[in-house]
Design a protein around this ligand. Structure first.
Ligand code: GLC
Length: 542
């Protein structure tokens, strides 16, 4: 199948939290393999597995100590081989997380760099610099780390004296590699080949745009790093090299760019000869309201068009508050009229019922707009974020690094509820899961939702089946209905054979749907009309 990825549905597995086969309270590879039938029934084309490589787990696997080994927490290389074969047997491709920006501080390269001392070729694989001030006791620049604090950490030299500093965009345990060093590129191309040889179908590339930094590390007004962007940035040479590696293998192996950069910068990574897909995070930041969702769609499509790239839609992932909670807490209509503003932002405890209803509507947009879509495990169950974890149980390094001011991302990483009426809901044989599961999830298990025709899971299953049956969905040419009212999104998706109209109503007045066959609606119609916070697909009569 040519260019399978252009409209693929990719299911993101957060391995710690998907399914635990060995009963230690943490998900693992054999757990994933045991649940592949669920994913085949759901109807996904591919999996993306979060990092399962040997790691001290400071950032839950995004600190890799050995890129060619599976962490014992998750299993063995043999378990991975079985997983890949079992997924392929079900027609599901497997993509892995690839973390090239930084290694773990326990990676042999970093350990030998510290031991080898100043000016050594080992240190040249990372960014080591002398400090400023007397005795070099101040960091080389004012750049700040994403997880809080300085981006520089000082090492002790082999002779015991206070030493150089090394740069880390994230935690101190995640030293950044020096991608201007050809040895680094050669090694990572080899890592790609290692997994491609084992049959993986591609990679999601972590912090993909961040690999190259200004080597002078000059101070900046707000401490943010200088990362060369633009068409001529040397970072694109890296992706052209990765592409050559992927293209040397049969079967359309892919690279997916993770970056939060502007659309036009993102599109540069999708030029011919570079990578295949890049997340558009615009749905993560949008509404849900008609204006911001429409802007998300139009801006992404417009940026991708000149390079002939497909869009990659996403509402949820392991770094973001789950959409049911986001959509339940964003904005509230206020009764009073405020001049120039129809809505005011009121941050209240989330209304999860409203959030789930809006998430159903957005799901029908996500699965309709042209391009690939990534679904984060549990999104298909409508799981909310868990924001009341006791502080003593928080695991995300952000909590510590921010001096206990930012709780971090644990709330979207709670283990999957599979079955039963109490934690751990079939996730594990152990009652002690690495993050606790709420008692209130009994109605959100796969088992409960599979039996409920009105559940989020049933909506996702129906929508994914319809998407396979109607090629206009996810693939047709998109044309907006400019006559729709401002609170309504309406567009046609057309192929040579059929046209599907997508309507999403974020206003308060029910909307009349066009004539045709109603394929699916996110909630039951009311007197034949689409109520507020709802969406529908209608196959139009031609
Ligand atoms: C990416 C990952 C995130 C991780 C960070 C550092 O943003 O998605 O989970 O913490 O990179 O590797």
């Amino acid at each position: 199948m040519a260019e399978w990825w252009r409209d693929a549905i990719v299911y993101q597995i957060y391995p710690r939290s998907f399914a635990d086969a060995n009963g230690d309270g943490v998900g693992d590879l054999r757990g994933i393999t045991a649940r592949l039938d669920y994913l085949a029934d759901l109807g996904v084309d591919a999996l993306w597995l979060g990092p399962v490589f040997a790691s001290p787990q400071v950032d839950h696997g995004y600190d890799v100590a050995d890129y060619r080994a599976i962490d014992p927490l998750f299993g063995t290389l043999a378990d991975m081989d079985v997983l890949i074969a079992a997924a392929h047997a079900r027609g599901i491709r497997v993509t892995l997380d690839f973390v090239p920006n930084h290694t773990s501080d326990q990676h042999p390269w970093f350990r030998t760099a510290v031991e080898a001392g100043r000016g050594s070729p080992e240190r040249a694989r990372y960014h080591f610099r002398d400090g400023r001030g007397p005795g070099g006791n101040r960091p080389p620049s004012n750049w700040c780390a994403v997880f809080g604090g300085s981006s520089w950490t000082r090492v002790t030299e082999p002779d015991g004296s206070p030493g150089q500093w090394y740069y880390h965009l994230f935690a101190a345990e995640q030293p950044d590699l020096n991608w201007a060093n050809p040895e680094v590129l050669a090694e990572f191309c080899d890592v790609l080949r290692f997994w491609l040889d084992r049959g993986v179908d591609g990679f999601r590339i972590d912090v993909a745009d961040g690999l190259i930094k200004d080597p002078a590390f000059p101070d900046t007004p707000d401490g943010s790093p200088i990362i060369p962007k633009g068409a001529d940035s040397p970072v694109h040479e890296v992706y052209r090299a990765f592409r050559r590696v992927l293209d040397a293998y049969p079967g359309d192996r892919i690279g997916v760019i993770e970056t939060g950069a502007d659309d036009e910068i993102v599109a540069l990574f999708l030029r011919p000869g570079e990578m295949h897909l890049a997340f558009s995070f615009r749905f993560v930041h949008a509404g849900p309201d008609a204006a911001s969702l429409r802007e998300a769609v139009t801006r992404t499509l417009a940026a991708n068009a000149p390079v002939g790239a497909s869009a990659t839609w996403v509402t949820d992932n392991h770094d973001t508050t789950r959409s049911v909670t986001r959509y339940g807490s964003l904005t509230k209509l206020v009764g009073a009229y405020i001049p120039g503003e129809r809505r005011t932002k009121v941050v209240t405890a989330p209304d999860l019922a409203a959030g789930a209803r809006r998430a159903r509507a957005v799901a029908l947009l996500l699965l309709a707009v042209p391009g690939a879509a990534f679904l984060y495990q549990g999104q298909e169950l409508g799981l909310p974020n868990v924001d009341d974890l006791p502080e003593s149980l928080l695991q995300d390094p952000i909590w510590e690094r921010s001096g206990h001011t930012v709780r971090g991302r644990d709330g979207c990483r709670i283990p999957m509820p599979w079955a039963g009426d109490r934690p751990p809901f079939g996730f594990s044989a152990s009652p002690r899961t690495w993050l606790p599961m709420p008692d209130s999830w009994a109605g959100l298990t796969v088992e409960a939702e599979a039996a409920d025709l009105s559940s989020m899971l049933t909506l996702y299953r129906d929508a994914l089946r319809l998407r396979r049956e109607h090629r206009a969905l996810g693939r047709g040419a998109l044309r907006w209905d400019e006559a729709a009212s401002p609170d309504v999104l309406a567009f046609d998706l057309a192929t040579a054979d059929e046209t599907v109209r997508v309507v999403a109503n974020f206003g308060t007045t029910p909307v009349t749907l066009p004539a045709g066959e109603l394929l699916v609606a996110s909630v039951p119609l009311e007197e034949g009309r689409l109520p507020r916070d709802a969406a529908a697909w209608v196959r139009r009569r031609s």
